[in-house]
Design a binder for this molecule. Structure first.
Ligand SMILES: [Mn+2]
Length: 377
């Protein structure tokens, strides 16, 4: 039996508006377009990489935001590869509800959409392959669908699911699947979606499933390289390669400062990071450490001072006060009394969490007494 070449992707989230993300409007709009461009480049890969089957492990599009025109655009891409069967196991963002465009749109004949009713198999005769999948019918799926399931027939068997792999004894509202169930189901390749970070699922050291991850990362929680899997699958064997697909990466870096550091030092530190990873990425710099209490960090100015597609700066610094000096200077004033009392309390406190709160109270209190704006960080 000849091996088949599959392209495994999912979590494309086409149509996502990024409205609830932290990104500014214009960046969100650009990213929305880029999701489409990356989808196109994946379809191109299906052609250039001689792919036999395209697998989409759910969250292909956003039910809430996709119009019929958007679906026509997606389907148009599938028509470009009309000789290649496309399988979709819908997930929580594109569930097969009654008015879902999975139901109401007339999709290209090469597109196979799994819908409810447990795990179903669809056979592609000329490839001696059966793909097993299931579509979500709502935003949650608590049933342990894979429990007791086993593939049937002598074909190359592929499992395609949008699911949440959990350890034994745990449950999930996102189709809970145990690693031992993946191992036991007999699939030659388990193509999973839902987790946006690429990764392998193992049972007793053996790879029993793969999360392809989102091909284009959606926010700062999706760091690292994103792409797709291309695998050669036969009976029980597979060779797998990862192919980068993302146009940009989300990168978070910490910058540690001391009170003697100037804004220029921070800019230089950011420039070093950007020079190493590229201007096309999205950066989040978390500035930590102690700063001169008199010097306010102007995060907007700092973000504009360096050149990259997007730069956000989080000010997590604490002002570096000379508390003993202030007590000496202030004596019996309100500030002096407040500080002496607060420092005593800090000294007496044994619970480290409460100690931190008290230390924070000292800084907030000092800023309030000095008539400065008390910033919540
Ligand atoms: Mn998703």
């Amino acid at each position: 039996m000849r091996k088949i070449r599959i392209l495994h992707t999912g979590d494309l989230h086409l149509g996502a508006t990024f409205a609830r993300s932290q990104l500014p409007r214009e960046i969100g709009r650009a990213r929305r377009q880029e999701l489409w461009e990356t989808f196109s480049s994946i379809i191109k890969m299906v052609k250039t990489e001689d792919i036999d089957i395209l697998l989409i492990a759910g969250d292909l599009f956003e039910y809430d935001y996709c119009t019929t025109a958007d679906i026509a655009r997606i389907d148009g891409k599938f028509r470009e590869i009309e000789g290649v069967p496309v399988f979709i196991s819908p997930g929580n963002h594109d569930p097969v509800v009654a008015d879902s465009l999975y139901n109401t749109y007339r999709w290209s004949p090469n597109v196979h959409i799994f819908k409810g009713e447990g795990i179903q198999g669809i056979r592609i005769e000329n490839l001696n392959t059966t793909v097993w999948g299931c579509g979500w019918e709502g935003p949650e799926m608590r049933e342990e669908l894979l429990k007791g399931f086993h593939v049937r027939g002598e074909d190359i068997n592929i499992l395609l699911l949008h699911c949440d792999v959990v350890a034994k004894g745990y449950s999930s509202s996102y189709l809970p699947v145990l690693p031992e169930q993946l191992e036991g189901c007999g699939a030659d390749y388990a193509a999973l979606g839902h987790i946006h970070k690429r990764g392998e699922v193992r049972f007793n050291g053996k790879i029993v499933g793969r999360y392809c991850g989102s091909p284009e990362p959606l926010d700062f929680s999706e760091a690292g390289q994103h792409g797709i899997y291309i695998a050669e699958v036969g009976k029980g064997v597979s060779s797998v390669k990862t192919v980068p697909a993302a146009k940009r990466r989300f990168i978070t870096e910490r910058i540690r400062v001391e009170s003697h550091n100037t804004p220029e030092d921070i800019i230089e530190a950011m420039e070093t990071v950007i020079a190493a990873s590229g201007e096309s990425n999205l950066y989040r710099f978390q500035v930590v450490g102690n700063t001169d209490p008199a010097a306010m960090l102007d995060t907007e100015y700092l973000a504009r001072a360096v050149g990259a597609f997007y730069v956000a700066i989080e000010n997590n610094t604490l002002p570096d006060y000379d508390l003993k000096g202030i007590i000496e200077e202030e004596g019996n004033s309100i500030t002096g009394k407040f500080l002496s009392l607060a420092l005593l309390k800090i000294e007496e406190e044994t619970d480290p969490d409460r100690k931190k709160i008290l230390e924070r109270a000292v800084r907030v209190g000092l800023e309030a007494l000095n008539g400065r704006k008390v910033l919540e960080r």
